[in-house]
Design a protein around this ligand. Structure first.
Ligand SMILES: *[C@@H]1O[C@H](CO)[C@@H](O)[C@H](O)[C@H]1NC(C)=O
Ligand SMILES: *[C@@H]1O[C@H](CO)[C@@H](O)[C@H](O)[C@H]1NC(C)=O
Ligand SMILES: *[C@@H]1O[C@H](CO)[C@@H](O)[C@H](O)[C@H]1NC(C)=O
Ligand SMILES: *[C@@H]1O[C@H](CO)[C@@H](O)[C@H](O)[C@H]1NC(C)=O
Ligand SMILES: [Zn+2]
Length: 438
């Protein structure tokens, strides 16, 4: 009797929990899911509750558990789990970020960037179509189909969704890798975002360049605009000396980049992105500030580079200060050859489905660097070959056919990764990482 009552109650609860998701996600096509996800405005710092609810409904539809971890209030991290038959083995972490960079139809979009409009050529428009809501839905659909086809996973597979990749992950991945929840996942390999590519290949990121941003404040004599102090006594004159040195270095690096533009690991980019100072047209300013954005080449020794910056400042005159706005530590590379079984699994899968991968270091950086810094191998990959690079651009868009092909690509990749025999992978993923800075 009591047993019967609890069964009836359980059934009622089940129905209630399904009714709670207002849409029938189990019967939606992947393209419809993609459109629905684009329609949720997840511009960084927005309330992500609608996105979390979306993933709760999708987890429900797939019949898998979901965990929402909020380390910093307002920045939820979502984790879905597809359990394998041997949870003691290192797992597969499929990461993506929920947030997108801002978009406004006024900027010249052909369609509302949060509408998921599909035009007459079968191209879906919207913020996040390339970066990176496509990948989140592709992971999900691939996992759902594999499960529907009764494919067994040996290893646990997790989907993780981050809240703030686009602004540096201070409240997301940087915190997440320090948690007990992350440690308990026992990650063997992390997949993260890659990029679209205009040729019939898909880049595979195995390392990220790191960001240093510095503010240089030059202090000099303040005087009436009619006076004529020595150039090197003025704030602007000292700034000239600073800029001359950084730009001479920039020219050297530009020559390296220009000679091999696809080898972003080989050069250090330097851009002077902000200049400020002055109070009136006829007053010589006592202070002028410069902000440089620097992306270190992957072989650059941090201590030597720090010394170089200070040498430039010291040579430029007295009373010049430098403040670090950000100074990320160099991140290791993931070994991208057959000695790494995770790489091998990806290479075989992409070959099977006829997509050519190109291991590269991107000019920018992704959440994967925080995972590598925590000691776990990671690759960045988004299956968007033959696609114009429109991440963060106006009219960001993706061919529906590229999107749906990507599901097939991930089915093959996930199936291979999740079934690497336990004996083939090391317990400690650090063996697949390589420090390249000298
Ligand atoms: C999306 O969110 C951003 C940031 O909150 C906001 O400025 C923008 O107006 C929103 N766009 C739409 C179409 O709601
Ligand atoms: C001004 O300072 C720069 C950098 O220290 C130096 O190269 C230059 O010779 C100085 N100019 C004069 C006129 O002293
Ligand atoms: C540096 O700044 C201090 C304090 O503003 C000032 O007293 C000093 O004369 C300055 N030195 C030079 C070389 O500009
Ligand atoms: C793979 O790459 C690592 C690091 O560059 C190298 O030491 C190793 O010899 C390579 N192995 C193979 C099989 O290519
Ligand atoms: Zn991204």
């Amino acid at each position: 009797m009591f047993g019967l009552v609890s069964i009836v109650l359980a059934v009622i609860q089940l129905q209630v929990s399904f009714a709670a998701g207002d849409t029938d996600y189990a019967n939606k096509t992947p393209v419809e899911l993609f459109q629905e996800y684009i329609r949720i405005n997840t511009t960084t710092h927005n309330d992500l509750t609608p996105a979390v609810d979306f993933w709760k409904a999708l987890a429900n539809a797939a019949g898998v558990p979901i965990n929402v971890i909020e380390i910093v209030q307002g920045y939820p991290i979502v984790v879905l789990k597809w359990a394998g038959t041997d949870s003691s083995l290192p797992s597969i972490m499929l990461n993506s970020h929920m947030d997108v960079v801002p978009a406004d139809i006024e900027d010249g979009w052909a369609y509302d960037p949060f509408s998921g409009h599909i035009d007459e050529n079968g191209v879906i428009y919207g913020r996040g179509t390339q970066d990176m809501k496509s990948v989140s839905i592709q992971y999900y659909e691939a996992l759902r189909r594999l499960k529907e086809n009764n494919v067994q996973f040996l290893r646990d597979v997790y989907m993780t969704l981050m809240p703030d990749e686009e602004v540096g992950a201070e409240n997301g991945m940087i915190q997440f890798v320090k948690t007990a929840e992350f440690k308990a996942m026992n990650v063997g390999i992390e997949l993260d975002e890659g990029t679209s590519y205009p040729l019939p290949v898909a880049p595979l990121f195995y390392q990220d360049k790191v960001v240093w941003q510095i503010q240089v404040d030059c202090h000099g004599v303040a005087a009436h605009g009619s006076t004529f102090p020595a150039t090197n006594e003025t704030a602007t004159g000292k700034c000239r000396n600073v800029i001359d040195r950084f730009f001479a270095f920039r020219d050297e690096q530009f020559a390296i980049a220009n000679a091999s533009p696809t080898e972003a690991e080989s050069y250090t980019s330097v851009n002077l992105n902000r200049l400020s100072g002055g109070t009136a047209n006829n007053v010589i300013p006592s202070r002028v500030s410069l902000v440089f954005d620097i992306r270190l080449g992957t072989k650059v020794n941090e201590e030597n580079f720090d010394n170089l910056i200070h040498k430039f400042i010291d040579e430029s005159g007295e009373n010049i200060t430098v403040t670090y706005i950000s100074k990320n530590q160099q991140s290791p590379a993931t070994i991208a050859n057959s000695s790494n079984p995770y790489f091998q699994a990806i290479a075989c899968a992409t070959k099977q489905v006829g997509i050519q991968i190109l291991p590269v270091v991107p000019p920018g950086s992704t959440d994967a660097r925080h995972v590598r810094n925590a000691g776990y191998p990671a690759f960045g990959f988004s299956p968007m070959p033959n696609t114009e690079l429109l991440l963060h651009s106006v009219n960001e868009r993706l061919a529906v056919s590229t999107f749906t092909n990507g599901i097939t690509v991930y089915k093959a990749i996930i199936n291979n990764l999740a079934n690497i025999p336990g004996s083939e992978t090391a317990e400690d993923g650090r063996v697949y990482l390589l420090t390249t800075a000298t």
